[in-house]
Design a protein around this ligand. Structure first.
Ligand code: 8YV
Length: 292
């Protein structure tokens, strides 16, 4: 058994012998691999039977190729919905209420000048119209929180709905004050928020992405943000840990380093699922959360 990282939380200690090291050093005869959304070429590991992915998203793992070689993939659904939804709300608040800019101002000793005037006025989160793209577990957790902020919730998902809040994607982008992305990254969602669709956002709208960077045309997003027409709270990027240089100096963007699931509690719960899947595999029992 080989893991590309030692996972946090008590459950880890239940694993029988596991070697931890960089992905490139994984031995070719390994039967169980624990990874965090890393591309695994099943041809390189002829004995491989299980890839236990530390994360709900497994977009870098070719599940079909794995299945064809008798390799099962598991992920960690459910336990990170609350933490991810919390961060999405945090980014909405931080971006619209200009929390990071305010923090910078205070730290720089510039508080005291014209504090009630334009430059530091933000936009409401409470009562705003929120458009949720992807209404799975995480999107639903965001909707639940949004109701506490008395937001009007619109949503788009693959399967149409008769619900009054359902909108076609373009209509949702046109109508919402805040758009929050919660789709997995698939061939269908890659570039879903294209340049043309970004242009549909209202002036002053806020885009929040805690899903995957590549769901959005990142170059087009940078252009929109540099123009200052919209604002964004971004936890994910196309080529992490690279963040487009142009974003770093912008006041209308809040940037976080892919931390949506990064709480002690959630990460421990994710480890629990990984370890339970590995345990089930070793005992020859049905896996807890197989993918596909
Ligand atoms: C993790 C995630 O940070 O679950 C996911 O899909 O993106 C995050 O929870 C990532 O999987 C790396 O562990």
């Amino acid at each position: 058994m080989y893991a590309t990282l030692r996972l946090p939380g008590e459950a880890w200690d239940e694993l029988p012998e596991v070697e931890v090291g960089p992905f490139d050093s994984a031995p070719g005869d390994v039967e169980v691999l624990i990874v965090a959304n890393q591309a695994v070429d099943p041809d390189r590991f002829p004995s491989l039977r299980l890839i236990a992915n530390y994360g709900v998203g497994f977009d870098r793992i070719d599940v079909d190729a794995c299945r064809a070689r008798g390799v099962t993939v598991t992920n960690t659904p459910g336990v990170l919905d609350a933490a991810t939804a919390d961060l999405a709300l945090g980014l909405m608040l931080a971006t619209r209420r200009r929390i990071v800019e305010g923090d910078d101002l205070v730290r720089a000793g510039r508080w005291g000048t014209a504090w009630s005037e334009g430059p530091f006025l933000g936009h409401e989160v409470s009562g705003a119209r929120l458009g949720i793209v992807g209404l799975g577990r995480i999107g639903a957790a965001v909707a639940q929180r949004a109701r506490g902020f008395e937001m009007e919730v619109l949503f788009y998902r693959r399967t149409r709905s008769e619900d009054a809040g359902y909108r076609e994607l373009d209509d949702l982008l046109r109508e919402a004050d805040i758009v929050s992305l919660h789709t997995p990254l698939t061939p269908e969602t890659t570039g879903l928020i294209s340049r043309e669709r970004l242009a549909l956002l209202r002036d002053g709208a806020t885009l929040v992405n805690t899903a995957r960077g590549a769901v959005v045309d990142e170059d087009a997003l940078v252009d929109e943000l540099v123009s200052g027409r919209i604002a964004a709270g971004l936890d994910v990027f196309v080529h992490e840990p690279h963040v487009p240089e142009a974003l770093r100096g912008l006041p209308n963007v809040v940037l976080t380093p892919h931390i949506a699931s990064a709480t002690v509690e959630t990460r421990a719960a994710m480890t629990r699922i990984v370890v339970d899947n590995v345990g089930a595999f070793l005992r020859g029992e049905p896996l807890v959360t197989p993918v596909g």
